[in-house]
Design a protein around this ligand. Structure first.
Ligand SMILES: NC(=O)c1ccc[n+]([C@@H]2O[C@H](COP(=O)([O-])OP(=O)(O)OC[C@H]3O[C@@H](n4cnc5c(N)ncnc54)[C@H](OP(=O)(O)O)[C@@H]3O)[C@@H](O)[C@H]2O)c1
Length: 278
């Protein structure tokens, strides 16, 4: 086993059991990394508690204070962060014209400003060491945004755009930035999305589409969804490369979304209107 000073220190957000972050934590640890696994509550990572490869911390990405506290503990423990993985994210299913603004703001705060908050906190140390990797977990939905999850797609598109800029801006400091773009991955995402949806108001304009809108909450979790562990293993092998690629997309429907991205908009709209009966 390599000395701790030679092992990669990886900080991951949103590591609750059953999700992609948790699977990434396990996969990075399996490759010999020291993993600072974080989530909003330690209780959601209980399965990692007794394993010395994991340093568990509470971290809420919407709170400057929580981010500051968690990073202080990680720096005190390891003295560095080699890889930051911005994985934490929430879903929101609601037609854009009626989506409650507080829910949209919370979504952007979690999925866009959250990663940026972490990046701004971690980058100074990486710059000093002229070394580091930042992984942002995007989504294929940003490639071809369809109905009912418009705010989520917009937030992921914003994250993709920030990732592209950061890759260029951080290159002079020796920091690589990687966009990991999952397709449909089995996790708690659908369950969390449904719980969020149950807090939505009754639709006014979109009442006739209620069944189609509700079904969107579970769309990523069909029987053919890719196991999170499979995505995690592939992602880790890509991220740990000496020269990692700028883009890594993997999982159920990722090829279809890549094709959708290149389709003329009239064709893409035609297909979506058929699928969503809109
Ligand atoms: N599953 C898919 O098909 C899919 C596809 C494309 C992209 N993604 C992206 O993959 C990432 C992981 O999602 P997942 O599929 O693993 O879903 P998940 O099982 O719902 O996990 C989401 C994680 O984010 C955490 N989280 C939410 N708000 C947070 C906050 N304010 N601070 C810190 N952590 C927070 C959750 O914590 P709690 O347990 O405390 O809620 C949970 O640990 C997300 O960015 C998602 O958008 C997923």
């Amino acid at each position: 086993m390599a000395a701790d000073s030679e092992r990669q220190v990886v900080l991951i957000t949103g590591c609750s059991e059953g999700g992609i972050g948790h699977a990434l934590a396990v996969a990075f640890a399996a490759e010999g990394c020291l993993v600072a696994a974080t989530s909003r509550s330690l209780g959601s990572m209980r399965g990692l508690e007794s394993d010395p490869r994991f340093f568990l911390q509470e971290l809420d990405v919407v709170s400057d204070e929580s981010v500051g506290r968690a990073l202080e503990s990680v720096m005190a423990r390891f003295g560095r962060i080699d890889v930051l993985v911005n994985n934490a994210g929430v879903h929101l299913v609601a037609p854009l014209a009626e989506a409650p603004m507080p829910a949209v703001e919370h979504l952007f705060n979690t999925n866009v400003y959250g990663p940026l908050r972490l990046i701004q906190a971690v980058v100074p140390n990486m710059v000093t060491r002229r070394k580091g990797k930042i992984v942002n977990v995007g989504s294929v939905t940003a490639l071809a945004p369809g109905p009912w999850a418009g705010a989520y797609s917009a937030a992921k598109a914003a994250l993709h755009a920030m990732t592209d800029t950061l890759r260029l801006e951080l290159k002079p400091f020796g920091i690589s930035v990687i966009n990991v773009v999952p397709g449909g991955i089995r996790s708690n995402f659908g369950e969390h999305s449904m719980a969020n949806y149950s807090r939505m108001p009754e639709w006014k304009l979109y009442k006739p589409y209620e069944a189609s809108i509700r079904a969107r909450t579970a769309q990523s979790q069909g029987p053919r969804a890719t196991p999170a562990a499979e995505l995690a293993k592939k992602t880790v092998s890509v991220v740990l490369k000496r020269n990692p690629p700028a883009w890594f997309s993997y999982g159920h429907l990722s090829t279809i979304f890549a094709i959708f991205y290149h389709l003329p908009l009239c064709l893409r709209d035609f297909v979506y209107r058929k699928i969503y009966k809109i």
